[in-house]
Design a protein around this ligand. Structure first.
Ligand SMILES: CC(C)(COP(=O)(O)OP(=O)(O)OC[C@H]1O[C@@H](n2cnc3c(N)ncnc32)[C@H](O)[C@@H]1OP(=O)(O)O)[C@@H](O)C(=O)NCCC(=O)NCCS
Length: 401
């Protein structure tokens, strides 16, 4: 079939990588260190990298990583993690991304990935491709001078100051427990941990060396930013699998007398403001989408998670240029769903993107219905969807990719 853009769309070969690195640096505004590229390449399946060529020039690229995604209830799905999507400024807005995505998603389907995920550089690009915002990231900044915990908050201790690389096994083991209970959690392969604990200067973003606080059921890794006048503790990862661990780690973080601010990127519904005498100390400085999800096999993905209420409904799921979706009858009993293709009249009409937003429980059907993005004439069905898709543990992406 002739290419709609007149370009050659093909798999990348080793010899293409220098041109791809240059294209990425042009599009994203910075060079990624060679070691990082080598590390990410170990996670790409053989046919997972697509490039667009204009003669000898690489003018577009996109790849996917072989990842493992935790869904509500703890099941783990193979996920095609899309990244490094870029099109040269000389070739933009003439359908190159659309054509590359067609090819990339054909390959994912052939490899039987039930779901694809990505993080978006801009919020307006990916809904049209059936991706929905599935997790939310809030940037919090805690003004820690004079901060006090409420008397009724337990103070059980149990936190040690450690050198991260010397406690790598413990940190990995706790992360493993955390990611299996957290929707959006990702299995972290050894080579990624090597990069974390390698703590190279170029990944520090102006901060100091990686530091860590360790509890039996949680850890916080962080860097100190700033100068002698003003110092910030920037948490790079806090994972706690018990409330005790969460509270103890925050007590230690906010107990660093000479630090001014502690920052973290966290999912909504954070517990911290409830622990303090003055909840205003925890300021929300930014809020963004985190993980975006596109279901490639709708019944398999809906059946993989658990649900918080019984429900019966038929969905009419529409899609854009990648042509997925369909009609599905779903029956949820005792926390598990059975979903099959159907010809029955649907109760609910929505896009694949909106279904992706519902999936990890972070966005409610009623809000999407109020915005007319989910169409349903029966308010009882909407209330049932709200109840069924609700989750106890907020969705949080395991790591950026
Ligand atoms: C984003 C980018 C990949 C788009 O590539 P492109 O080849 O220009 O996109 P296409 O021409 O195939 O556009 C496909 C559709 O997406 C829309 N679109 C493309 N870029 C968009 C953007 N930044 N914001 C909103 N919509 C966008 C197009 O308008 C088009 O819409 P349509 O379906 O209504 O016609 C390219 O601009 C780029 O490389 N940007 C810088 C790097 C980047 O942000 N990459 C994404 C990383 S997650």
């Amino acid at each position: 079939m002739p290419s709609p853009t007149g370009l050659v769309i093909r798999s990348a070969e080793d010899a293409d990588w220098p041109a791809m690195v240059l294209l990425a640096a042009t599009c994203f505004g910075s060079f990624r260190p060679r070691e990082a590229n080598d590390m990410w390449r170990t996670l790409m399946p053989a046919d997972g990298v697509v490039i667009a060529c204009d003669g000898d020039d690489v003018v577009g690229m996109a790849y996917y990583l072989d990842l493992r995604l935790t869904v509500p209830g703890g099941a783990v799905l193979p996920m095609a993690g899309v990244s490094w999507v870029c099109v040269a400024p000389t070739h933009r807005r003439r359908g190159v991304l659309r054509e590359m995505f067609g090819e990339l998603h054909r390959r994912m389907a052939l490899s039987d990935y039930p779901i694809a995920g990505l993080e978006a550089s801009e919020g307006g690009i990916y809904s049209r491709f059936g991706y929905g915002q599935a997790s939310v990231v809030e940037s919090l900044s805690v003004d820690r001078r004079g901060v006090e915990f409420l008397d009724e908050v337990p103070d059980r201790g149990g936190v040690r100051i450690v050198t991260p690389v010397e406690h790598r096994d413990r940190i990995e083991e706790i992360y493993e427990r955390w990611r299996l209970r957290t929707p959006g959690g990702l299995f972290t392969p050894r080579q990624m941990w090597d990069q974390v604990f390698g703590d190279r200067e170029e990944y520090r973003r102006g901060g100091g060396p990686l530091m860590a606080l360790l509890h039996d059921d949680g850890f916080a890794m962080y860097r100190i930013h700033g100068d002698s006048e003003r110092k910030t503790v920037a948490i790079t990862k806090l994972a706690a699998v018990t409330v005790d661990a969460y509270v103890a780690l925050w007590r230690a973080l906010l107990g660093m007398d000479l630090m001014d601010t502690v920052t973290i990127e966290a999912p909504p519904r954070e517990l911290l403001p409830y622990l303090l005498t003055d909840a205003r100390r925890v300021r929300l400085t930014d809020r963004e989408d985190g993980l975006w999800l596109r279901m490639l096999d709708v019944p398999a993905v809906l059946e993989a998670r658990t649900y918080a209420a019984d429900a019966t409904f038929a969905l009419d799921v529409s899609d854009g240029p990648l042509d997925g979706g369909g009609r599905f009858a779903c029956e949820i009993r005792d926390g598990r769903a059975r979903c099959v293709p159907t010809d029955a009249e649907p109760d609910v009409g929505l896009t694949l993107s909106v279904l992706g937003s519902l999936y990890l429980g972070e966005h409610r059907a009623s809000a999407l219905a109020a915005a007319n993005r989910l169409r349903c004439n029966d308010s009882a069905v909407i209330a049932t969807l709200d109840a069924a898709f609700a989750t106890d543990v907020p969705a949080e992406l395991g790591f950026g990719f």
